[in-house]
Every structure is written in C-alpha cells, then in structure tokens.
Ligand binder design. Sequence first.
Ligand code: F6R
Length: 607
Amino acid sequence: MCGITGFIGAGQALPFLMQGLAKLEYRGYDSAGITLVDEHGLYTCKTKGRLSELEALLRDVRCPQNCGIGHTRWATHGVPSQLNSHPHSNMKNTISLVHNGIIENYAVLKQELLAKGYQFTSETDTEIVVHLLDEHYYRDRLPMFEALLKTVHQLQGSFALCIVCTDEPDRIYVAKKESPMVLGRCESGTMCASDAPALLEYTKEILPLNDGEAAILKADSLEVYDFEGNPVPENWISFPYDVQSAQKGGYDSFMMKEIHEQPSVIRETLRGRFRGEMIYMQEIDRLHLDERDIRRIYYVACGTAYHACIYAVTQLSRYARCAVNAMPASEFRYGSPYLDEHTLCVFVSQSGETADTIAALKLAKSHHAVTTAVVNVLGSSMTRLADAVLYTCAGPEISVASTKAYTTQLVLLACLNVELADVMDWEMPGRREMIRDLQILPEAVEEVMGYESTMEQLSKLLKDQRDAYFIGRQLDYPSALEGALKLKEVSYVHADAYYAGELKHGPIALIEKDSVVVAMATQPEVAAKTVSNIEETIARGAQVILITTKDMPAEKFEHVLRLPNLCPDLAPITGAVLLQMFAYFTAELKGCDIDKPRNLAKSVTVE
Ligand code: F6R
C-alpha cells in the first residue's frame, strides 16, 4: 500500500501534494517524494523515512511549479531507501511517475528493457513502467496518452499511476487497475490521490476512477477514458466525511477499517502464488530444503503471530514426516531448543522488529539452522537476518490490535505448508481442496463481513461479564487463543482459551449462570465433540456462541454463526474475522480506546 497525489492548477502544486501525502501516511510511511514540472524540466526530491524528512529537505527550496506528483511509500519491492523511493524518472529525466500497487510481470519486462539498453537505478517493480513509457513515447513516437495506454496493456498486477512529462508540463496522466485513485477539481486546480482524505480540504466532490480507466488532468478540466481510449461517463459523488473519519475510511477506528481490509489484503498476499495446482514460492527455492535432510521444524513468534504459528504447526503435523513445534520466541530463546543444519525455523512477525523474535532468529542462525521469516514490513530487521523472506501484503497496520496481519499470516503459512509438503515429498491430505479454496478465500472473507451486526448484538452478552471462555479443538484451538487475546487486549474483559476437551478437567468449575463461552467447531472430525462440550456448559447456565460450518447440526443452540463452505483448514481465517468483530464491539460497548489499548505498543522492541 502506498499513497499518491497529483495537482495541476493556477497556484503552486507543492502545498496540495504535501497536505495530501500527510493525509495518506496511513497508507505507508517508509519513504516519501515529489516531482514538480514546468518548462524548465523536472524537479524531484525524495527520501527514505517519514514525510517530515521530505518536508525538511524542501524547507528552503523555492517551488513555484503549478504541476506535480507525490508519493508516500510502503515498500513491497526493494527495501526502503532513497533510490527505491518514488517518483521514478526515465534516463533522460523527462518523464516521472508514482505508482501504488504491484506489477507482477516486472521481472520479465525488466529483462526485455535491459536488453533494449534501459538502465535501472532502483530495485522496484515500478521503474519498468517509466522505461516502457519512454520506449513508447520516444522510440515508437506515440503521443504520451497513447504511450500510457500501450504501457498499461503490458502490465499484469495492480496499479494506480500518476505521470508528468516535461514536454507537457500542463497536464498529469493517470491510470488505474485494482489500486485506488480518486480525482477532484476546484477553483484552484485539478487533482488526484489514492484516497479522498487527500482532497477534502480542497473539494468534497470526488470522482473515483474505476478499474481499467485512465484520465488526463489539466488546470481547468479533466477527461476520463477506458484503456482502449474511449471516453467514459463521469460519476461524481459528494463525499460525506470530514478528513479525520475519511482517513479511517469512514469507520470509527483503524481496527474496524483493518478488519474490513482483509478480503483485499488476503487477495494481495495470494497474488501470483498459484501456478495451476501448485503454490509458487520461489523465495524458499534458495534454501534447497529437499537436499538438506530436514529433521525438525520450529515456528516461532510472539502474541498473535505465535497463534499463527500454532495454526501452522497443527496443520503441518498431520502430514509432516519430521518433528514440528510452535514456540513463543521468549521461551525459544532461553529454552535450549535443538538446533542444527537439519532444523528449519520459521519466524513470524508483523513488524519484523519484535525483540524476542529477533533474538530467537539470531540464536537459530548461530546454530546453523535454516531460517525463514514471514513478515509484513519490508526491509525490517528480521528480513535482513533470515535466509529467506516471505511477505504478507497486509499494508501498514495502524491499530495496535493485530487483525489483517494475523489473517494474512495464516494464509501465507498455509501456502508455505503446501510448499513444504511438495518440496519434502510428503503426502498432504486435502491438498487439492486447499489450493482450490485459497483462490476463493477473499470472497469467503467478504461474506463473513455480513455478520457484523450479529456480532455487535452478541457482544452485548458480555455487557455485565468480567470473563469469557473460548474453546476449540485441533485447528480451532489457535482460533480460540486468538479470540481470547483480541478480547482481552481491546475490551479488557478477562478471557481464557482451552482445548474443548480440557474443559471438563478443571475450567468447567468456573462456568456459572450467564458465563459467556465462544465455541469454535469448524473441523469435521472433532466438531461434534466440541458441540457436546458446549452442552456441558449450557447445562451449567452458560450463554454459548457457536461458530461452525454450514452443515453442522446445531439448530437447538441460540447463537449459531455459520462460516462459508471452504476446506476446513481455511475456516480459522474466516472465523478470525468474527472473533475480531466480537472483541471490537465489546470494546466499543465498554467505551475503550480501541486503536490504542492501555499498556500496549504496536511494536515490542524490548525484551
Ligand atoms: C496482538 C498483537 C501482538 C503482536 C506481537 C508480535 O494483537 O498485535 O500480540 O502479535 O507483539 O508482534 P509482531 O508480529 O510485530 O512480531
């Protein structure tokens, strides 16, 4: 996720670009840059770091230009650095562009461009786009808009692009596919951005571009076309939010916004991962796992990411032909785990900066174990330490309570487990169904969003309760752990998670009239057993919320939520969304500061 802005008008472009980028910093903040254009040429200024660093660089620079583009980056290809920052320019420094999205076929296009003599200065997927434009504009002699249309037809993946060119300093070219882009105009000029908050100080009349549309922005007009060059009707909307709520996408908090982003970030995480019936994970090819005689695998992390590890291990231990363990990093680092060159360690982290997980990774490396990091933040410490890195593409997670990072971790770990089965030649039951259903997972996650008002109602069960109990068996157990953690951290309701079969060995002593029990029963081989366990709690007066599948007989229970039909291994992903909403609405009911729970920080960089 990145944020982009563009302005062409009567006054200076820079003030619009900078205020817009500030409103879009929630989309990314590892580097920032602008290009201004006039008859004298391009002026580009960009830097690694937050927007304030770009502001500092521009403080004493005179910037009278009326046309420009801006970018705030959240790295996906190439670590955060000055060279990888946007805008990117062609070799003549006459065309400059900013990009949000991922160009899937950039490696192939880059080879072709290198063969034609183009030189690259960054590691980004974006730079190929500016060279393609250069090729079509200068070598094919197409007008710039036609060069853009030709270019977008060559790109696979997602993109929102803003382009300026010294030959036409009076216009900005824009194109969109699967990454957001909105246009606006007011008396002082015409503008575009990744999201409406960037425009709202100037106008509340917004034109969201559709996929497959391109536009030409001039100081006093704009024109919209499809990718074939045909004009398309403009559907302007009047934007109802103020700037602050618009940054949260109209939601009351970043947590709810991030819950709702899950279908799209899961789609991004899976992008390019399917090759027919195979999972494509070339990042781990370099580990040569098939030649290493791997004898044990550890999944290591903290907090929510550790629950993702328990999910991965529960899944993998069903078919792995070696020892498989999940461990909290804080225990792993002091517990003398058996580590050698036949050990594979997978470290999972949203931030890539958690102190205990970094220490565990260093320990594994010092014993010559093979290390892989599953991380969200590109270029973070763990990505520099591990032998191989897999990225969850969740975008920046602002809410302290992790939601979209967790579900993208589950998705990527499920893919990694399939890949491990293939590489190690282990027979994986349900492999074909898993690959099939991963491809429809974003839609299934979208479907469970429909339970939002039900979860809001159910959260009222906790209104006068101090405790809640989460139970599940097999792959439902990490869901129970995560549901309990989420509830604790945002609503401060005490919550515990148990294996459903363990309830009768002690915890059931706590169950009394109106105790709230959340039961996950999505795994066909054990769901009926979990259902009998909840009957035991109902007999003692508990109020039970049952999260199960469409075909589980459960008519006699009062609060039943049924997940979409997917292979059972993926039910914890759709189920997690319901548990996140349950925690969210309980916290709202109790008046808690949802995005910033007490005593917690987003990244725990101390032991
Ligand atoms: C809970 C939460 C934490 C983190 C944990 C690890 O919602 O966010 O439990 O999961 O602190 O952080 P990362 O994933 O950044 O290593």
